[in-house]
Design a protein around this ligand. Structure first.
Ligand code: ZN
Length: 197
């Protein structure tokens, strides 16, 4: 289900929270209003200030994100998703479409923590559950990946993230939302995207 945290005690880092602010572009004042309502960031001289070294309640952030989403609609959510990888750093092993799509789930876990512990530890490769996943299933007979998303973020936003990651290495890749499957925007638990290039 979109915007409902899977577990309590999950936090999201400042840069992720901030990525929505920048991704909103023209609509950036909405983030100031809705973030303030849930106590994320501080407003200084009418500007929203997010602590880039800080951590914020995922549940509160999702509540604000839901209000933003309901105001701007799917097209803007898609564009916000597109902008997220543009502002992120990726490990050196991200070199092609496959590694780029695999990296989404790892980056996702590194940007969240539970009870103060990162959900992905890059030192030992251990991933901890609590926020769901971005899937990776390779169809080897063709250049095709099935990416099934089971996480609390909105459908159009994830579509944007996956599109940006695939386009990093295959600018002509086509990323389709599989409309024959269930969709979180209709209250389901997952969405499925098909990447071909
Ligand atoms: Zn969907």
């Amino acid at each position: 289900m979109q915007f409902k945290a899977f577990e309590p005690n999950i936090e999201v880092n400042g840069p992720t929270v901030y990525s929505i602010v920048t991704g909103l572009g023209y609509f950036t004042n909405l983030s100031r209003r809705f973030y303030s309502e849930v106590g994320i960031g501080t407003v200084v001289n009418k500007e929203l200030v997010i602590d880039m070294n800080g951590w914020y309640s995922q549940a509160a952030w999702l509540a604000a994100f839901e209000k933003i989403a309901n105001t701007v609609g799917d097209r803007v959510l898609f564009n916000i998703g597109l902008s997220v990888p543009a502002n992120a750093k990726f490990p050196p092993w991200v070199v092609d479409v496959d590694s780029a799509i695999k990296a989404i789930d790892i980056a996702y876990h590194m940007n969240h923590r539970k009870k103060g512990v990162l959900l992905f530890d890059p030192n030992n490769g251990v991933m901890t559950e609590g926020i769901g996943h971005y899937g990776y299933e390779r169809i080897h007979s063709e250049n095709k990946i099935i990416c099934k998303c089971h996480n609390p973020y909105p459908c159009a936003f994830d579509h944007g993230i996956i599109t940006a990651m695939a386009h990093k290495f295959a600018p002509s890749a086509v990323i389709k939302h599989d409309s024959s499957k269930e969709c979180r925007s209709r209250g389901a638990e997952t969405c499925t995207y098909i990447i071909t290039w």
